[in-house]
Design a binder for this molecule. Structure first.
Ligand code: NCD
Length: 311
């Protein structure tokens, strides 16, 4: 595979290959060998048109740990604010010899355009496009689930994952539903009807409006941020009402089975979709998700930039 644009691009074998490669790279990093050499002399450009903390830093750390040269581009402060198009920005990157471009964009489909328009010759990795997809987030979530529920091996057959909250605006939810299905997990989305996307009945998952009825039997509960910056209308009466019905608090968390984990892609609205004591509890794997993000992105860059036949 040359690009990673959607979680649907990953066959079962590809997904397992990324997770296994990430596991090996994480082990090598833990042994303290310092930087690994495979991407020496290659250039990775982080092209970020939208704000990001975790994802941008994570891709940068991943590329640097593999010895790549990294160029960080953020739209703010660049010629994009002078009206430069994606095409002209892409041609500039091509002229500078980018081997891979990691792109986050507020328009759904921008990474596909970049990969398929013929403007650049390198690989393209989607780091989040609009409300569409965020495949490396789904991979790091799968990696985290596999570590906790499957001893870091194989797939997620039979694992029950409940994804809760603002599914409508979430690229994390869509990518997770796709990848979790590929890996054999069962997914249930829980949200108020106003925060479910049009056509969700065609997604490969269950849908419920009732969080309390969905806790028992979940092996993992993934809380989604309420994305106020993408909301142009009132989707629920008020914040208090939302957390009463869809927030994960300690009372609800205590109803989960013994080994179940709590996840959140970040950034969190503490007190809204997740209470502070749940976010900081023993069951929370939120900080691990961030750490695993680096290993998974190392694997993706490694495989796309020439590490394997299959990807
Ligand atoms: C998410 C994103 O940007 O899609 N965050 C992330 O990448 N870790 C989720 C969000 O913004 O709520």
């Amino acid at each position: 595979m040359k690009h990673l644009l959607s979680a649907a691009d990953l066959s079962y074998e590809d997904a397992i290959l990324v997770l296994d490669t990430a596991k090996q790279l994480a082990a090598a990093t833990e042994q303290g060998v310092g930087k690994l050499p495979p991407l020496r002399g290659r250039t990775v450009v982080n092209l970020f048109y939208e704000d990001s903390t975790r994802t941008r830093i994570s891709f940068e750390a991943a590329a640097k740990r593999l010895s790549a040269d990294v160029i960080n581009f953020s739209a703010k402060g660049s010629s994009v604010s002078k009206g430069e198009s994606l095409k002209d920005t892409a041609l500039t990157l091509e002229a500078m010899g980018a081997d891979a471009v990691v792109i986050r964009h507020n328009s759904s489909g921008a990474p596909h355009r970049l990969a398929n328009a013929g403007w650049i010759s390198g690989g393209v990795v989607n780091a989040g496009d609009g409300t569409h997809e965020h495949p490396t987030q789904a991979l790091l979530d799968a990696f985290t689930l596999r570590n906790h529920l499957r001893n870091g091996e194989g797939d997620l057959k039979g694992v029950n994952v409940t994804i809760v909250g603002d599914v409508l605006h979430s690229r994390v939810a869509r990518s997770n539903v796709l990848l979790l299905n590929t890996l054999g997990a069962k997914v249930r989305l829980v949200a108020p009807p106003t925060l479910l996307p049009y056509g969700v009945e065609d997604w490969d998952c269950e849908v419920s409006y009732d969080l309390d009825a969905s806790l028992e039997g979940s092996d993992a509960v993934m809380m989604l941020r309420v994305q106020r910056e993408r909301m142009n209308a009132a989707y629920f009466p008020n914040a208090h009402e939302y957390s009463n019905r869809y927030g994960l608090n300690v009372t609800r968390m205590n109803r989960l089975s013994e080994n179940a984990v709590v996840m959140h892609p970040g950034p969190m609205n503490r007190g809204m979709e997740i209470s502070a004591d749940v976010a900081d509890s023993q069951r929370s794997v939120i900080v691990e998700q961030v750490a695993n993000g680096v290993s998974v992105r190392m694997a993706v860059l490694y495989l796309i930039l020439g590490g394997s036949e299959s990807m």
